[in-house]
Design a binder for this molecule. Structure first.
Ligand code: ADP
Ligand code: MG
Ligand code: MG
Length: 923
């Protein structure tokens, strides 16, 4: 059966259609089954060119050689699959008919570009050759036809250079040397200002460069140029640049690239010609305004290369009003059609607009959110789609550091603002100046330094350095420059076109407009949101999530999700923040954190060291009002929302000084007494005190504190401590209730493994709770529940549920106890080796181990609810803020996830994604 299928498949490949004309998108759809399939088959660029042709937008004639042909070519070690080349020749003939021109015909020559284009856009990562079809005879014919010698030889020399680089691997420098020589000869700064005769002789010199470097002449035969260029584009799929980019962007390596053969249109035929790139909205802020750059009298790559200063797209209205109207109408049509912001390339040839590319635009996190919200408001997409289009990372951006406003003001006053460029990728970044990509990577990876990559401009070969850097600064280039595109894609703060910075790569330093000099390795702080570059290390703060579009999007997410989102908060100020971020309750308040505060710790220590119960009771009585005040603050902050308070959990020795320090102090005191260094009476007393603490610490010392006297065990061992906590909780709750604040305390008993532990503990504590309510003369609604954090608890969850009115999965400990791994030891030790070797695919402390820990959770939920109908179950481990884990929690029917306040917005979105079935399953 399998064999027959394979034979069939081979048969299909043999007679496969490898070439699709732009007006054959319907055929491609039939072959590929879906639009996704068309994109995979024709590549994004080819599919969209064909789609634009179907929409009757002005696209030059042309065709696509499929990604399948590319894969077959690469698999066959560089041979075209059977039939492909014949199909290409046929498509060339049809393109000739459509344009009325002929490849290689001096009387009216067709020129074409040979462009790469994979399923996912990889800007600038693969190769494109323009002006194919040019040779000496064609050039002469074109001069006769256009009367524009400089245009013709400019096109010709570009072909020779691109051809040399792409097909034959000739480096840029020798070409650049030729150009530089001619520029110097005429004293001009731009290639565009070179006279026509020079361009002609430059073409000849370029051909010599090619012949010299490649040991073979530049091919004059147009069809041969096309054949070799097609091969080169196919091969560029496996080029190092493309490979590195795919690795970083998570694009599979087996997709292959299509080749687009497109009839050339020329933006360099005079003042009524031009070329540009634009996004249909502002992809930095998300504002609904077209953004982009264009050049009059120039060819496509000039804009991206940033070699000539381009004009902002707004200028088009003044310079070419008719084209401007047409372009804006096309932009709107494309947005309506794709229901997404587009990134377009266009060329104007003697007053006629041509579309050369469209694709979904890359954008900043801020823009992603605003655009999704505004597209939904404009009814182009539904609210659910808007929610789907925003990723947890986009939301996360709002919770990342920005420069502290006061520090920024101060820096400005002190003259630390050394340059301002274009704000192309937002966020604050701090690091040491690194002046090339390799240095940036080395400092970042080997020396664990934070670096800012500073370059005149970036090229695809610099991507590894950009990824390693905290941020990027370039002195040249525009909003659509390579640096800007890549930085946005990877969320790196970037400032480009900071033209006042003079970068001296030889002396390894920068000079600012005011003459200040910074050396490589000096600190730099850059703000990609404002485009500012500061000398020195500036303080950062985390912003609030008050962005109006984000708030709206999260409200939509709230309407979609079924999972509650609570927060882990120990202090009133955390609780307030959590509520501001949208938390619907507190899922975990760790009471012991309050014991560690400096003014309380001595009392806590004295309580632990107490000789008898009476002494201990005295210290506990002093702790009671402090805890009561803590809880009152929490209840007030949460105003009636559930507050889950976990009773003391860690082993007691954590509150006492370290054993080693004590031992050292004892030895020191003994020595001083021996040497008579100080008053013997005072020293003796001190020694006695230290010894007492040391004895206590020794008595509490455990081989394995993580598995020792802690959690519910500690509560059972020292009941007066937890009883004090419960008293504090209920005195606070009753006090709040009396003053009109609604309260819903949930008392959580940690680390229970058996139902009897819970029974004993709960009986004791509930008695105390009732006593307080009686004293206070008010009743408050309350629950006793437990944290499920050892496997046994999950396995006997039905029995546990007899005494627990709610469950909360403490997945940090549950992961430790299920794996039998101590997290602290693992994460600094063998865990990274496991991940490197693929023994574990993910860090189970960051993303829930669904088949192991998750299995126990599923079991616990089922058994618990069997015993107690409607049992409320949540999660309060760090996994509660991890999108993949949240999707799992949704699937097994948890009521809520509880996470750090800063993760609450992310969790709200992730929970909505889970409800929409949007998250990939990790199992
Ligand atoms: P990339 O994917 O790197 O953007 P492209 O294939 O889009 O590469 O081509 C590079 C440049 O050449 C772009 O500016 C594009 O607009 C221009 N270009 C490509 N084909 C043509 C053509 N047939 N006529 C005019 N300009 C073209
Ligand atoms: Mg392009
Ligand atoms: Mg725990």
């Amino acid at each position: 059966m399998r064999k027959r299928k394979a034979v069939l498949r081979r048969a299909v490949v043999r007679c496969a259609k490898h070439v699709y004309l732009f007006d054959e998108v319907r055929l491609a759809e039939r072959a590929a089954g879906s639009w996704e399939g068309v994109r995979a088959l024709l590549g994004g660029k080819g599919a969209n060119l064909a789609e634009m042709a179907r929409l009757k937008l002005p696209v030059p004639a042309g065709f696509v050689v499929t990604t399948e042909a590319c894969n077959a070519f690469l698999a066959a070690g560089g041979r075209f699959p059977p039939g492909m080349w014949e199909q290409v020749l046929d498509a060339v003939a049809r393109t000739e008919r459509a344009t009325g021109k002929k490849l290689g015909d001096p009387a009216d020559p067709l020129l074409v570009s040979c462009r790469s284009g994979a399923k996912f856009s990889m800007p600038g990562m693969m190769d494109t050759v323009l002006n194919i079809g040019m040779n000496d005879a064609v050039a002469a014919g074109l001069v006769r036809l256009t009367g524009d010698e400089r245009f013709v030889y400019d096109a010709y020399r570009r072909l020779v250079q691109m051809y040399g680089r792409v097909v034959l691997g000739v480096p840029d420098e020798p070409f650049e040397q030729v150009l530089a020589k001619h520029r110097k000869l005429h004293g001009v700064a731009n290639d565009a200002d070179l006279p026509a005769e020079d361009l002609r002789s430059i073409t000849g010199e370029f051909k010599r460069v090619v012949a010299e470097h490649a040991q073979r002449p530049f091919p004059e035969e147009p069809i041969e140029q096309l054949r070799l260029a097609t091969m080169a584009v196919f091969k560029s799929w496996n080029g190092k640049r493309a490979f590195d980019y795919r690795k970083a962007a998570g694009i599979p390596h087996d997709l292959g690239t299509a080749v687009n053969i497109v009839a050339m249109v020329f933006g360099n035929l005079g003042q009524d010609s031009g070329t540009g790139v634009a996004t249909t909205r502002d992809v930095t802020t998300g504002a609904n305004e077209m953004e982009g750059d264009f050049l009059i009298n120039a060819q496509g790559e000039d804009v991206v290369a940033g070699t000539r200063t381009s004009l902002r797209i707004q200028e088009l209205k003044r310079l070419m009003p008719r084209i401007n109207r047409e372009l804006r109408a096309i932009a709107r049509a494309l947005e309506r059609h794709y229901r997404e912001v587009q990134d377009i390339e266009f060329t104007i040839e003697r007053g006629k607009l041509w579309m050369l590319q469209t694709r979904d635009a890359k954008r900043t996190a801020q823009a992603a959110i605003r655009i999704a919200v505004e597209l939904a408001r404009g009814k182009l997409i539904t609210r659910a789609e808007a929610v789907k289009r925003v990723s947890p990372d986009h939301v996360d951006y709002f919770l990342h550091p920005q420069f502290d406003p006061a520090a920024r003001r101060k820096a400005k006053d002190e003259g630390a603002l050394i340059a301002t460029g274009l704000n192309v990728s937002p966020g604050a970044a701090i690091g040491r100046i690194a002046l090339d990509a390799d240095t940036a990577e080395r400092w970042a990876l080997e020396e664990k330094q934070r670096v800012i990559l500073v370059r005149p401009e970036t090229k695809p070969d610099d991507v590894h350095g950009m990824l390693a850097a905290q941020g990027v600064v370039t002195s040249r280039g525009g909003r659509t420059s390579h640096a800007a595109l890549v930085a946005r894609q990877f969320g790196k703060p970037a400032v480009v076109g900071a033209m006042s910075l003079e970068i001296d790569l030889d002396a390894r330093r920068l000079r600012t407009a005011s003459g200040r000099v910074l050396k490589e390795g000096d600190w730099l702080s850059i703000d990609g949101t404002t485009g500012e570059v500061f000398a020195g290390e500036m303080k950062t703060v985390v912003p609030d999530v008050a962005d109006a579009h984000l708030l709206e999007l999260l409200r939509w997410a709230d309407g979609i999700r079924t999972l509650g989102v609570w927060a882990n908060a120990d202090y009133p100020r955390d609780a307030e923040r959590a509520r501001r971020f949208g938390a619907e309750g507190i899922g975990l308040c760790r009471t012991e954190h309050m014991f560690f505060e400096t003014e309380r710790l001595p009392t806590v220590q004295a309580m632990i060291l107490a000789q008898d119960e009476r002494e201990r009771a005295g210290h506990l009585a002093r702790l009671l009002p402090m805890q009561r005040a803590d809880f009152t603050g929490l209840f007030k902050a949460m105003a009636g929302l559930p507050v889950t308070i976990r009773l003391i959990d860690p082993p007691l020795h954590e509150f006492l000084p370290s054993h080693d320090d004590l031992q050292k102090a004892v030895v020191e005191l003994e020595t001083r007494i021996r040497l008579g260094d100080g008053d013997p009476a005072t020293l003796g007393k001190e020694l006695q005190a230290k010894r007492r603490v040391l004895d206590a610490v020794e008595a509490l010392r455990e081989q394995n504190p993580m598995l020792g006297l802690r959690g519910v065990r500690l509560g059972i061992h020292m009941p007066e401590l937890v009883r004090m906590q419960v008293r504090a909780i209920f005195e606070a709750a009753c006090g709040c209730a009396k003053s009109g604040v609604k309260v819903k305390p949930k008392i959580m008993i940690p680390l229970a493994a058996t139902s009897s532990e819970l029974r004993v503990e709960r009986d004791l504590l509930e008695e105390e709770a009732r006593a307080v309510m009686k004293e206070q003369g008010v009743r408050v609604p309350y629950q006793f529940g437990t944290m499920i954090e050892v496997p046994r608890a999950a396995i006997v969850a039905d029995r546990i549920a007899e005494y627990a009115e709610f469950f909360s999965f403490g997945t940090n400990d549950l992961t430790q106890t299920t794996f039998g791994i101590s997290r602290d030891d693992a994460e600094t030790g063998f865990l990274s080796e496991y991940l490197r070797k693929g023994i574990l695919l993910r860090n189970p402390f960051a993303t829930l181990d669904q088949s192991g820990v998750g299995y126990l959770m599923e079991l616990g939920v089922r058994l618990g609810r069997e015993r107690r109908k409607g049992l409320e179950v949540g999660i309060c481990g760090e996994h509660g803020g991890d999108p993949a884990s949240i999707a799992f929690c949704h699937r097994i029917g948890l009521d809520y996830v509880s996470c750090s306040p800063f993760r609450v917005p992310v969790a709200r979105l992730a929970a909505a994604h889970a409800a929409l079935g949007e998250v990939r399953d990790l199992r």
